[in-house]
Design a binder for this molecule. Structure first.
Ligand SMILES: [Zn+2]
Ligand SMILES: [Zn+2]
Length: 254
């Protein structure tokens, strides 16, 4: 399994990174299967540095905030109007109502919306679906709109992505024993942080410790936040391997 960070800027694109998007690849039936998790503002551009968009097999959207889903509009254009012909219709795992939401945001009047390009499938809390080599499990987390954390597992490896969430025990359960824990840390401990919205680095580190993960990948740090402060927060609760990811970071599991 290989993870490539396409974008990791929290809440809006920053000068050095698009908003949230991650490419997860694994061998499948003699080729490479490609799952894109989140497609936030600006991500579609950087994604094309990593692969041909025609080679994306599936998309998973954690929730419907713009910094996690709005570049599906650009992908719709590529899929529908590609000069070599329309792309294959691919699954989009997402919260209920995503098809209507994004068709409205794009300005599509026809009732068909984006459904000729994308096979929208609703997340279920605690549900599991199979996508190529990946067993994908989703659980509801704590955010102002329905938002899911996602576990992606092959026979050999596992990656858990927090999406956006405030503190929640659901994340500890989902992340148990994961090789990679890609966890948001939007807030700093010194801040006056609103509840039910985001985590601090210390909270991400504490969850990593309790879940016994192999490696903590800290993400979703907004451009206006001091990364060094996030890192020092992480180190108060986590003493294993970690990284504050950047756009283009990769992590290959053997
Ligand atoms: Zn976000
Ligand atoms: Zn959000």
């Amino acid at each position: 399994m290989k993870l490539t960070v396409i974008g990791c800027a929290g809440s809006f694109p920053g000068p050095d990174s698009p908003a949230s998007s991650y490419l997860v690849e694994a061998p499948f039936e003699g080729r490479t299967y490609r799952l894109v998790i989140d497609l936030g503002s600006g991500a579609l551009g950087n994604l094309q540095r990593e692969c041909d968009l025609r080679d994306i097999d599936a998309i998973a959207l954690s929730h419907l905030h713009a910094d996690h889903c709005f570049d599906l509009s650009g992908f719709y254009v590529v899929s529908k109007y590609h000069p070599d012909g329309a792309l294959d219709r691919i699954p989009v795992l997402a919260p209920a109502g995503t098809g209507d939401h994004l068709a409205s945001a794009y300005g599509i009047d026809e009732p068909v919306g984006m459904t000729e390009q994308f096979d929208f499938r609703d997340w279920q809390d605690g549900g599991t679906v199979q996508l190529g080599p990946f067993t994908v499990t989703s659980v509801l987390v704590d955010h102002p709109i329905p938002a899911y954390a996602i576990r992606v597992a092959t026979e050999d490896h596992s990656l858990v992505y927090s999406g956006d969430t405030g503190p929640t025990e659901a994340l500890v359960d989902l992340a148990g024993g994961a090789d990679l824990f890609l966890c948001e840390a939007s807030f700093v401990e010194s801040g006056d942080n609103p509840p039910n919205l985001h985590l601090t680095g210390a909270e991400a580190g504490a969850y990593a410790t309790r879940a016994g993960v192999g490696r903590l990948l800290v993400t979703h740090i907004p451009a206006w936040t001091d990364r060094a402060e996030v890192e020092s927060d992480v180190k108060t609760t986590w003493d294993g391997p970690y990284e504050l990811v950047t756009a283009g970071s990769t992590c290959q599991l053997p």
